[in-house]
Design a protein around this ligand. Structure first.
Ligand SMILES: Nc1ncnc2c1ncn2[C@@H]1O[C@H](COP(=O)(O)OP(=O)(O)OP(=O)(O)O)[C@@H](O)[C@H]1O
Length: 904
């Protein structure tokens, strides 16, 4: 074992690891190397971008593409273990942007001999070192305890507790360092037990991240191993010592702008970055020469927890992970600079050789002091209270003065109470630590068994257990294994399927497998297992279930084969494993199975199989006919694919709505809708509907008929929002008037609205979903459409409005003839003026759907029996050289009368 190290060795040791190019970087052409690794542990940043000179950084170790996990462990891990056996605390933390290889280096693939990361290797080696020490001296005793926590949005959670995740508090102790109150410390005796804890913690992280719809492990994870030893001395007596090693996998350090986070993801980013920025500030303070002030450890949970590792009793190593790609160069340079600063930081490790009894004595006397203080404070509180009562009586006449005094005393009393609370919780934390030290071997064993039972119960609650399985059959039993966008969370959820029926849903009472998340109702589906060889799935109660992307029909069900992808609700995608399955997969696309280990590809498979919701099929077919005849089959195909995307988006958004209180979201449902612009071109949009109670359904009352009429009189292009009674035609269950609470272009809905809804769902912050009544159409990308007037109106109504207006019909024909005689020049503002003065220009304004409706009387509108909701948004033209789209026959498009004659 290594002896005392020199002071120099107490500088934070820094290792850099550069991961290989990813498959994506190689295929997308961003695989230009931005770095070179040189002997002498130097990284040279190449001048690959203009205005960037080459730059060289030197560290304790630098690992390149070819360096193995074992090489990393030998250089960075072994010394930590040797230090621990010499009673020195240690810490290794992995820093770097998302996807740079932190989790790969820290944990890696625990099941693979070659790809095991630092942490599993350290556990294996530690137990082997302890066995060697025991073999050399029969009197040598050692106990190993493990804990696993995560810091998410500045909150600390226990990853090993068998019960629900509550937030934990960190307290700072002058001798013992940071203490996390109520953190589960599991005694471990061999690598297999440590492995089980790692798996359990990863499962807790994966369940949490999936329920919160997080796309990556955006929390900081800290796995701590504590070794307590009793070493017999040759001169008689024995020495007791203890040491802790923290393995810290930090969340990605990338900057906000690049990650493009919005909404709650942004908040989450800030939470992560508060910890990381504070870490940066602490490191900067520690390396500033002559700084006297205390670095801001208390400003974040991470730095408070790692205080000892950064300046106190610990030998610390930083593993900075970087990407070789030019695309990530900015982040890479910022990681390299951070690592250089860390190299200058010094820690002061001291041997933790103290007998258990000493620690217990010390803690007991500390407790006594705090108890005495608590007593004193309590007495003070009582005195203050008595004083308060006495003063109250005494100063009854001088009310004002008495009030002032009372306020003062009350605030003192409050401060006393806070102190009392603080001390009580400190006492609690110390009691926990003391208890942990007083346990004998039998109690430790009992505690281990108790904690294991708790973990098993938790897994059982989620359905990840062997109940109903003959344990001999575990290897042959079919199972579901989760896919996840974050490789660290993929494969962490394993649900065994015993012979017979397995019910899946969110109701733990009724279902064997409990899933919580989007579109997961109380019961979603049943999987039937016959003899561990034939598997089938059947949705129940309208549950959303897809196999290889295809929606499964409730009546028919679907056979499941080994390798199939089973999507349940919108939250979970599993790979089906049937070790005894006989038949190859035939459902869905014929892409090789291996390709679909990737979550994103499975999502693409779902998108490819998504069909238009049958309730919209008819309308879309009509619109396609219209587009096909005017603009050709390519445009019609585009409309269909948009309809599919919109249909899928509506299904997802309605899934969120079903699981949120309706009165809070302000939206009753999302629907697919066909919209027409001023040129008569149909397009697909997503519309948020809000159903008002019948009593509150005054038509046009929203905008005020008289003011709208006044405005229309003074401005011919003004089109007031009009609301029709939607009940008769919609045939929907909802009653009352339907309002448009928002209209989105399909892509905008996917990119902005859905993510915002998911964030709102995961954090229950409903304000994000508040509809925008003032301007429901603000999400239509008018610049893209170059459109002056949008109308949302059913095709049939639109045609019947045109047909009913004979006078207009006549002028339309006349104007169209005039327009086809003269090419319509609308490329410049002058051209535009000429266009507007032309008969068709005038007519286009006259026959825009808004004008059509305005030309009818208000009473006519209110009485419209088939009037679907219509919403008009009038916007001034943005570009003077407004050019309408070209038809496939080369002619320019106006609103043509052919609509009225076309047969759909
Ligand atoms: N040295 C390496 N050799 C081979 N593959 C690697 C290496 N480092 C990383 N990878 C691969 O790169 C991908 C991203 O790595 P990893 O998940 O470890 O990144 P991360 O920094 O932990 O990201 P996050 O912050 O999102 O957790 C993984 O698929 C991983 O297997």
């Amino acid at each position: 074992m290594a002896g005392q190290e020199s002071v120099e060795a107490n500088n934070i040791r820094v290792a850099i690891r550069c991961r290989p190019f990813s498959a994506r970087e190689l295929t997308e052409g961003s695989a230009t190397p931005a770095l070179e690794i040189h002997p002498g542990a130097t990284v040279l940043v190449l001048p690959v971008q203009e205005a960037r000179a080459s730059k060289s950084f030197t560290y304790d170790h630098v690992f390149g593409f070819a360096d193995t996990q074992e090489a990393l462990f030998q250089a960075a891990g072994v010394q930590l273990l040797e230090n621990a056996l010499n009673a020195y605390n240690g810490c290794i933390f992995a820093y770097g942007q998302t996807g740079s290889g932190k989790s790969h280096s820290m944990v890696g693939d625990v099941h693979s001999e070659a790809e095991k990361g630092l942490l599993p290797r350290a556990c294996l080696q530690l137990f082997s070192m302890l066995d060697t020490a025991r073999a050399a001296d029969a009197r040598f005793e050692a106990t190993v305890l493990a804990s696993y926590l995560e810091i998410y949005n500045e909150k600390v959670f226990d990853l090993l507790s068998g019960s629900d995740r509550g937030e934990l508090q960190i307290r700072s102790h002058p001798q013992l360092g940071a203490i996390v109150g109520n953190l589960t410390e599991c005694p471990v005796e061999c690598f297999a037990e440590a492995h089980e804890l790692l798996d359990f913690g990863a499962t807790r992280r994966a369940v949490g991240a999936t329920q919160m719809n997080a796309a990556s492990s955006r929390s900081h994870a800290v796995f701590t191993i504590q070794v307590r030893m009793l070493i017999a001395c040759s001169a008689g007596g024995s020495v007791e010592s203890q040491a802790k090693i923290h393995f810290v996998d930090l969340a990605g350090s990338e900057r906000q702008k690049k990650s493009g986070a919005v909404g709650d993801r942004l908040k989450e980013g800030i939470g992560i970055n508060l910890s990381l920025t504070t870490l940066g500030r602490v490191i900067a303070d520690l390396t500033k020469p002559g700084t006297r002030s205390v670095p801001p450890f208390r400003d974040s949970k991470l730095t408070l927890l790692l205080k000892d590792a950064l300046m106190g009793n610990s030998r610390t190593c930083l593993l900075a992970c970087i990407s070789p790609s030019v695309f990530n160069l900015d982040e890479t340079i910022s990681t390299l600079e951070f690592a250089s600063r860390c190299k200058l930081v010094k820690t002061n490790a001291t041997k933790n050789e103290q007998s258990k009894l000493d620690v217990i004595d010390k803690l007991t006397s500390e407790k006594a002091v705090i108890e005495a203080l608590l007593h004193e404070e309590k007495a003070k509180s009582e005195n203050r209270l008595a004083e308060l009562q006495r003063q109250e009586k005494h100063y009854q006449e001088a009310v004002r003065k008495e009030q002032e005094l009372r306020l003062q005393l009350e605030s003192d009393y409050k401060v006393q109470q806070e102190k009392e609370l603080e001390m009580t919780s400190q006492l609690e934390a110390l009691r926990g630590v003391q208890e942990s030290f007083t346990l004998n071997q039998a109690q430790i064993n009992a505690k281990r068994e108790h904690l294991q039972r708790q973990r098993e119960a938790e897994l059982s609650k989620l359905g990840m257990n062997f109940d109903g399985l003959d344990l001999v059959d575990v290897h042959t039993a079919p199972k579901l294994v989760n896919l996840h966008p974050d490789p660290a969370l993929k494969g962490c959820l394993v649900y065994y399927l015993p012979v017979g029926e397995t019910r899946i849903g969110s109701d733990a009472g009724r279902c064997r497998v409990t899933l919580v998340g989007l579109n997961i109702d109380a019961e979603v589906c049943i999987i039937d297992n016959t003899d561990n060889a034939d598997l089938s799935v059947k949705p129940i109660g309208g549950g959303v279930v897809r196999v290889n992307g295809c929606m499964v029909n409730e009546a028919a069900g679907c056979l499941l084969r080994d390798g199939d992808r089973l999507a349940i609700g919108r939250a979970y995608i599993f790979r089906v494993q049937v070790p005894n399955g006989k038949r190859p997969s035939v459902v869905g696309s014929d892409v090789l199975r291996e390709d679909f280990d990737d979550f994103e590809k499975a999502m693409e498979e779902i998108s490819a199989c998504t069909e238009v919701d049958p309730q919209w099929e008819n309308g879309i077919q009509k619109a396609m006919l219209l587009v096909m005849s005017d603009f050709g089959s390519e445009a019609a195909g585009k409309l269909l694919s948009q309809a599919r995307r919109a249909s899928e988006a509506c299904e997802m958004a309605n899934g969120v709505l079903r699981q949120m209180p309706a009165e809070k979201t302000g939206v009753s449902k999302f629907e697919l809708s066909i919209m027409f612009n001023a040129n008569g071109l149909p397009d697909v949009c997503v519309v948020a509907r809000r159903f008002l109670p019948t009593s509150a359904s005054p038509v046009i009352a929203e905008t005020g008929a008289s003011s709208a009429a006044d405005k229309a009189a003074s401005d011919p292009s003004y089109s007031p929002p009009v609301v029709f009674d939607d009940r008769e035609e919609s045939g929907q269950e909802e009653t009352g008037t339907a309002l448009s609470a928002g209209i989105w272009e399909v892509e905008k809905f996917w990119k902005e609205r859905l993510p915002a809804m998911y964030d709102a769902f995961s954090t229950s912050s409903f304000a994000l979903l508040e509809p925008d009544q003032a301007d429901p159409g603000r999400n239509l990308n008018l610049r893209h459409w170059e459109s002056r007037v949008w109308s949302e109106v059913s095709l049939a109504d639109f045609r019947s409005l045109l047909a009913e207006n004979d006078q207009l019909k006549q002028s339309l024909h006349t104007a169209q003839e005039a327009a086809s005689a003269a090419a319509v020049p609308r490329k410049s503002s002058r051209g535009r003026a000429a266009w507007e003065a032309s008969p068709l220009g005038k007519l286009s304004r006259a026959v825009s759907p808004a004008s059509l409706l305005r030309s009818s009387s208000a009473t006519r509108l209110t009485a419209l029996p088939t009037g679907r909701q219509a919403q008009f948004i009038s916007t001034p033209p943005r570009h003077p050289d407004f050019a309408p789209p070209q038809r496939s026959d080369g002619q320019q498009i106006g609103l043509e009368p052919c609509e009225r004659d076309r047969k759909f």
